[in-house]
Design a protein around this ligand. Structure first.
Ligand SMILES: Cc1cc2nc3c(=O)[nH]c(=O)nc-3n(C[C@H](O)[C@H](O)[C@H](O)COP(=O)(O)OP(=O)(O)OC[C@H]3O[C@@H](n4cnc5c(N)ncnc54)[C@H](O)[C@@H]3O)c2cc1C
Length: 306
């Protein structure tokens, strides 16, 4: 067992840190942004393989993560933790035209075609998916790191700290610098948080994209998908468009009180990079699916270091 430095304290860095600690390594996480300041804290966060490739690996990572997240979401007498912010929620993805099965179908235990669709939609499928209230879940992951003896330190690095043992690069978009990788680009996503209006299922129309993910006290309503845009300033016009699209999908949202706005930059890459080069394991470029792929990728990172 060795000392491993994990760079990045988003969902990928923290999940890798947990799995490495569980495998018996000593782990120190170094990050410019602490968990609640990361892109990960903005995620909706629905288990759903979105804007991440390649399909075969993404399906396998997503399948593993589905299983782990559903265990975490289980009641405490079944080994879950109600304080984790993760819960299983039924929901529906809708389409304007008849659609074939999703390529990631093997990653979900079951998925049913449904005709119970909002106006204007002609196809859809329903399945139960893990969802995470990210500020709560990231704090829970950070707590696991601490419980297992790991540390998290704020540090803005100008290069990966190589030369003192293995390093796991989970810097997301920061890998443009730390991994000298210009192929990872921002895909901006804006979300609006509105008051809970009694919703107990998620909805997704990928064409907007438009999504509605209820949490305990509020509802995350999205979204946008703007490639190459670096701004993290929410736009009031875009927020109005998001709310109008969402209200067409879920009419109960009409008139819901807006609580706040956020923008995050998804780290999109032609393919997720998960490989070992010497003492460095790169694990970044999870696009719109970092939560969805986190546990599967963390297992592979541990394998690359054993
Ligand atoms: C609006 C929106 C909605 C989303 N919804 C979902 C969803 O429903 N489901 C889902 O699975 N995913 C979703 N995502 C995608 C998900 O948020 C990302 O895939 C995920 O956050 C990537 O995690 P990460 O840990 O790789 O990166 P980040 O969370 O960005 O963390 C990167 C870490 O690296 C650190 N770092 C970077 N550069 C340096 C440096 N030079 N020195 C030190 N540290 C550095 C950062 O400070 C940070 O700690 C969504 C994203 C957005 C924006």
């Amino acid at each position: 067992m060795q000392r491993v430095i994990v760079v990045g304290a988003g969902v990928i860095g923290l999940t890798c840190a947990v799995r490495l600690l569980e495998a018996g390594h000593r782990v120190d996480v170094l990050a410019r942004d602490l968990p609640l300041e990361t892109t990960s804290s903005v995620a909706a966060a629905l288990w759903y393989p979105y804007r991440a490739l390649p399909q075969d690996k993404v399906t396998a990572w997503a399948r593993t993560s589905y299983a782990v997240l559903s265990r975490i979401a289980a009641p405490s007498d079944l080994g879950g933790d109600p304080e984790s912010g993760v819960r299983m929620l039924p929901g529906t993805e809708v389409f304007a035209a008849p659609t074939g099965d999703p390529w990631w179908l093997p990653a979900v235990p079951s998925l049913d075609r449904t005709l119970d669709l909002p106006d204007g939609y002609r196809d859809g499928w329903a399945f139960t998916s893990p969802t995470a209230d990210m500020p709560v879940y990231l704090a829970w992951l950070a707590g696991r790191v601490a419980e297992l003896g790991g540390t998290i330190t704020r540090l803005n690095l100008s290069a990966l700290p190589v030369g003192r043992g293995p390093v796991v690069n989970c810097a997301g978009l920061g890998s443009r610098l730390l991994g000298a990788d210009r192929s990872v680009v921002p895909v901006q996503g804006q979300v609006v948080y509105v008051e809970q209006v009694g919703l107990d299922r998620w909805w997704l129309d990928g064409s907007g994209p438009t999504y509605v993910v209820p949490r305990g006290h509020d509802v995350v309503v999205g979204g946008t998908d703007v490639e190459g845009e670096w701004s993290r300033t929410p736009s009031p016009e875009v927020a109005s468009q998001i709310l109008a699209r969402a209200a067409r999908l879920v009419p109960e949202l009409r008139g819901a009180r807006v609580l706040r706005h956020k923008v995050g930059l998804r780290p999109v890459r032609p393919a997720v990079r998960l490989e070992r080069i010497g003492d460095v394991v790169h694990c970044y470029g999870h696009g719109g699916a970092g939560v969805t792929l986190s546990w599967g990728c963390a297992d592979d990172v541990v394998s690359l270091l054993s």
